[in-house]
Design a binder for this molecule. Structure first.
Ligand SMILES: C[N+](C)(C)CCCC[C@H](N)C(=O)O
Ligand SMILES: O=C(O)CCC(=O)C(=O)O
Ligand SMILES: [Fe+2]
Length: 398
């Protein structure tokens, strides 16, 4: 049961959350004078009918049957005194709504629901708006469309890299890039001059750079300037970064500026795909990975750098209200002493890259092969909200 529900949530659909608005009143209350019977609206809109119940209105609009609680209907009123359309903010004090409120009169025409409340206040709702914003309407929407991948799926999909100029200069280029990023959790920009400054321009096109203990834009090479394996020539097995932050960085940008030597290829694993495999093959392990909190820490005492960061959380982080997996925290290097963790990362996906790579650090694990010679990368972390904000402004579902 748990297993099945999670299976489709991994692919980014909305769950049938167990409980509806838990803060709404339930149980006996005054019964409406209007008997519960069906009110078809004008013959011109046969697709809409409604029925009053004790604490809610049932409204059928097209194929959507909505259960609209009276408190919800009063609270969401879009009249000028209840809602500021200029700021898109609610002005109504929700706490002032009588929890036993019932409308005095209800009318529905082809496009609009009209409610008159006991104090005479009138609320109007567009039926389209209700269908989009009601629980039932939202439940049907795909919240975060995703394509889960392994090496074969990703290669077959032939996801194009976006040209740097198109990314920087056109909304279409940026939108295509973000669509790929949202679907796969990784996306590439090609033909970027190999400098930190050019990489920064790309980062700023989609987000705000998240400054961390590593700085804002960083360079790194195998000089052990920081107390971390990333600053060596050693292989790095698959991991997500900053697991030792309370909120791990949302997105990581990598740009390989120079490599005179061998090896050093980037490994990428879609952690959500891996989680899905675990869910099917060993649901009890999935549950363990979702339940057992692990402590991660970053203890650094190298040169002038002194840091002690701690972040705690399970490997698989799941929203309790809809069972959606939203964040993977997996870094065996940075796991602090404590309970053991089950390895959860099946096959490796290998990517040589010279382009700028954007990685969803909440979903996709990265690593690298050991290498020889001089290898220099630059990059930065991005704030997740700002990337999603840019995507939404371009009309994408994020
Ligand atoms: C990316 N940059 C080189 C700046 C830092 C690397 C941080 C490495 C750390 N072990 C972690 O996984 O979070
Ligand atoms: O050197 C690389 O390609 C990646 C190193 C790494 O994991 C990191 O910097 O976060
Ligand atoms: Fe890393």
């Amino acid at each position: 049961m748990w297993c099945q529900r999670l299976a489709w949530l991994l692919r980014g659909r909305r769950g049938s959350a167990g409980r509806r608005w838990p803060w709404l009143p339930r149980g006996p209350g005054p019964v409406l004078a209007v008997p519960a019977r069906c009110h078809p609206t004008a013959p011109a809109s046969p697709c809409c009918a409604w029925q009053l119940h004790q604490d809610h209105l049932e409204l059928r609009y097209g194929s959507t049957v909505m259960r609209l609680d009276f408190v919800w209907l009063r609270d969401h009123c879009r009249s000028a005194s209840c809602y500021n359309a200029k700021t898109s903010q609610r002005s109504l004090d929700t706490a002032s709504v009588d929890l036993a409120i019932q409308p005095q009169a209800v009318r529905v025409d082809e496009t609009t629901l009209f409610l008159t409340w006991p104090d005479g206040h009138v609320t109007r709702y567009g039926l389209e708006w209700l269908a989009r914003n009601s629980y039932e309407g939202q439940k049907q929407q795909v919240m975060h469309p995703r394509i889960l991948w392994n090496a074969e799926i990703y290669q077959q999909a032939q996801v194009p890299s976006i040209d740097c100029r198109s990314f920087l200069e056109t909304d279409e280029g940026l939108k295509e890039f973000l669509q790929n990023f949202l679907l796969y959790g990784i996306a590439f920009v090609e033909n970027v001059p190999p400098t930190k400054e050019d990489t920064e321009i790309l980062a700023k096109r989609i987000s705000i750079i998240r400054e961390t203990i590593y700085g804002r834009m960083w360079y790194f090479t195998s000089d052990f300037s920081r107390g971390d394996t990333a600053y060596t020539k050693l292989a790095l097995d698959r991991h997500t970064d900053t697991t030792y932050f309370q909120e791990p960085c949302g997105i990581q940008v990598f740009h390989c500026l120079k490599h005179e030597g061998t090896g050093g290829r980037t490994l990428l694993v879609d952690g959500f795909h891996a989680a899905e495999q675990v869910l099917h093959q060993a649901p009890e392990h999935f549950e363990l990975l979702a339940k057992v909190p692990l402590k991660h820490e970053y203890v650094e005492n190298v040169g002038g750098c002194h840091n002690h960061m701690i972040g705690v959380g399970p490997v698989l982080n799941i929203y309790p209200w809809n069972n959606e997996l939203y964040l993977i925290r997996y870094n065996n290097y940075d796991r602090a002493p404590g309970p053991a963790c089950c390895g959860c990362c099946p096959p490796d996906d290998l990517f040589p890259f010279l382009q700028v790579l954007f990685v969803d650090n909440w979903r996709v694990l990265h690593g690298r092969e050991a290498f020889t010679g001089y290898r220099q990368l630059c990059g930065c972390y991005l704030t997740r909200d700002d990337v999603l904000n840019t995507a939404r402004l371009l009309g994408l579902q994020a």
